[in-house]
Write a protein that binds this ligand. Structure first.
Ligand SMILES: Nc1nc2c(ncn2[C@@H]2O[C@H](COP(=O)(O)O[C@H]3[C@@H](O)[C@H](n4cnc5c(=O)[nH]c(N)nc54)O[C@@H]3COP(=O)(O)O)[C@@H](O)[C@H]2O)c(=O)[nH]1
Length: 526
């Protein structure tokens, strides 16, 4: 990450980082909130399964009760058969009963009661109601009574063992959950799974619960904060299903999970920032990219040493430009010089090379005070009067500046601008070298017309030394020519001792090449 930021322009990276902090914070909160909502939804889902299950059974009981509205309360055989049919249809009903309008339990699905039992008088209501829990006469099992008043004022009821409700409820709850069947009016639990505790402070009014579904957080009387859901059964409005889960259980692991998601998100963000940056820089035209690189001073100088082999003294260096690309790293001239030429940015580039040189000069001269420095120029530079002014100003400060003009680049030597520039340079005694000599067609013409001091033999001739290549024979001719014209000769691209020995035997003493050192940044140049 650090490397990446270092590579990207620092300003852009910092800005991007700053502006991504806000979305990161928002997304963290969003992730946490979404995860919490998912947990609540899952809890609601479990609750709904239980609720629907009980609702379904209450509806079934209600329907069966409706079938018994016409059945006589005399507990004759037809009444008993009708009661027992319901009993068998709904297998978990422990007992069916009929209560007379005067409040006497007169008939049971088990048989006629010899002496009717005194119970509550049926109230006039068309919906189901409940009583209990109470212990059943025959089985002594705790059961809840579900009852309905018939149009004739008598009541039909069914006893449902609490065990049945336990089976309904416990299938869909987790340990730590509390599920209770409570009285809708006052919250009194009729049946509880888990250790029930009453809600003390509520986010919404809980009782009476008749109207609607309620959910939210509440402080319960066991001191813990719990999420609860409650809903009244439509078929039995006096009964409510309440379920609650402690917040600590409900949101367990949410923050850790969100943190992992956030880290992944940050990683994704960094990758996309990087891709966007890359895409943006690739989208820019090569011209804009080069201009931006010039503006951002992304071009740096490397220096390659030139040695006098007679005394092994360092006499000069050649400044070779490199592009320190913010994403791709170090780029070599071959990768960008063709575009620099195409978009007429040669002069601007060399101005940066000169500016770099001025900054590096102190370190260079510390190594060798009389060091000469060669910089590369093209015909285009010689047509630009303001560039020549800059060269002359630099030369005034540093007289050991030498300009290397490549033979293949100087095509318009006869143009008045080029001639004028050459004249001005000569007057001020600025040294001029012809680079890559022998690679073009105009070598001899340049030798005649240019005020040259140095001829640099191209690497292709040096490579040919000790080979059968025709270049090897041309090399001797080039050396003779230069010596006859009294020019200083520098051999480029000297890579091994055989080449060096051969050149020395021919009177070429100034050598540049990997045998002596590769181009290096100013930091390594000591
Ligand atoms: N107009 C400008 N042209 C420039 C500038 N800086 C460089 N250049 C030209 O780019 C060409 C490639 O340069 P570079 O990749 O830096 O290669 C130079 C040396 O690294 C390489 N060299 C030197 N010694 C050896 C060697 O022993 N073996 C080997 N295989 N390569 C070697 O040669 C290049 C130096 O060439 P020259 O300039 O002809 O002396 C190249 O044409 C540069 O001129 C710039 O600022 N402006």
């Amino acid at each position: 990450m650090f490397c990446l930021i270092k590579k990207l322009q620092l300003k852009t990276a910092l800005l991007a980082l700053f502006f991504s902090l806000l979305p990161i914070a928002i997304s963290y909160l969003w992730i946490v909130e979404t995860s919490k909502q998912q947990r609540r939804d899952a809890f609601h889902h479990d609750y709904q399964i239980t609720f629907k299950n009980i609702s379904h059974n209450l509806n079934a009981i209600d329907q069966q009760f409706n079938l018994l509205t016409e059945v006589s309360e005399n507990c004759q055989e037809d009444t008993l058969i009708a009661l027992r049919k319901v009993h068998f249809r709904i297998s978990y009903i422990a007992e069916m009963g009929i209560v007379s309008p005067h409040g006497k339990l007169v008939c049971s699905s088990w048989g006629k009661l010899d002496s009717p039992i005194e119970v509550l008088k049926p109230i006039s209501s068309q919906v189901l109601r409940h009583f209990g829990p109470l212990a059943l006469e025959y089985t002594k099992e705790p059961a809840m009574i579900v009852a309905k008043t018939r149009p004739d004022g008598s009541e039909i009821n069914a006893a449902i063992p609490l065990q049945v409700f336990r089976a309904f409820i416990e299938g869909n709850s987790q340990s730590g959950d509390i599920v209770a069947l409570s009285d809708s009016n006052n919250g009194t639990p009729l049946f509880v799974s888990g250790s029930y505790s009453l809600p003390l402070a509520l986010t919404s009014p809980l009782f009476p619960l008749r109207q609607s579904k309620t959910s939210g957080f509440a402080l319960f009387d066991d001191g813990s904060n719990k999420y609860f859901v409650s809903e009244v059964f439509a078929a039995l409005p006096g009964l409510t299903l309440i379920a609650s889960r402690p917040s600590s259980e409900l949101y367990k692991g949410v923050y850790r999970l969100s943190l992992i998601q956030l880290c992944l998100y940050c990683l994704l963000l960094c990758c996309s920032m990087f891709l966007v940056y890359r895409h943006r820089s690739q989208r820019l035209s090569q011209r804009s990219r080069l201009k931006l690189a010039l503006k951002n001073h992304e071009f740096i100088n490397y220096y390659q040493e030139i040695y006098d082999t007679r005394n092994k003294h360092l006499v000069a260096v050649e400044a070779l430009v490199r592009w320190m690309h913010p994403v791709d790293g170090l780029r070599y001239p071959d990768a960008f010089l063709p575009d620099v030429d195409r978009y007429n940015l040669q002069v601007a580039l060399t101005e940066q090379v000169i500016s770099n040189l001025k900054n590096d000069l102190h370190s260079l001269l510390a190594k060798q005070p009389s060091l000469k420095v060669n910089i590369n120029i093209t015909g285009q530079h010689l047509k630009d009067a303001s560039f020549i002014n800059q060269v002359l100003a630099t030369h005034a400060e540093f007289p050991n500046l030498c300009l290397e003009v490549t033979e293949t680049e100087l095509v318009e030597i006869d143009s008045p601008q080029v001639q004028q520039s050459l004249q001005r340079l000569k007057q001020r005694n600025v040294k001029l070298a012809i680079d890559d000599f022998g690679t073009g067609y105009a070598g001899l013409q340049y030798l005649q017309q240019l005020p040259l001091d140095t001829l640099k033999i191209d690497r292709s001739f040096v490579v040919a030394i000790n080979t059968d290549s025709p270049q090897a024979k041309v090399l001797d001719g080039v050396i003779d020519l230069a010596l006859n014209l009294d020019l200083q000769i520098v051999a480029e691209g000297v890579e091994n001792q055989q080449q060096a020995d051969y050149l020395i035997s021919k009177g070429v003493y100034l050598h540049q090449g990997w045998l002596y050192g590769k181009p290096q940044a100013i930091k390594q140049f000591s």
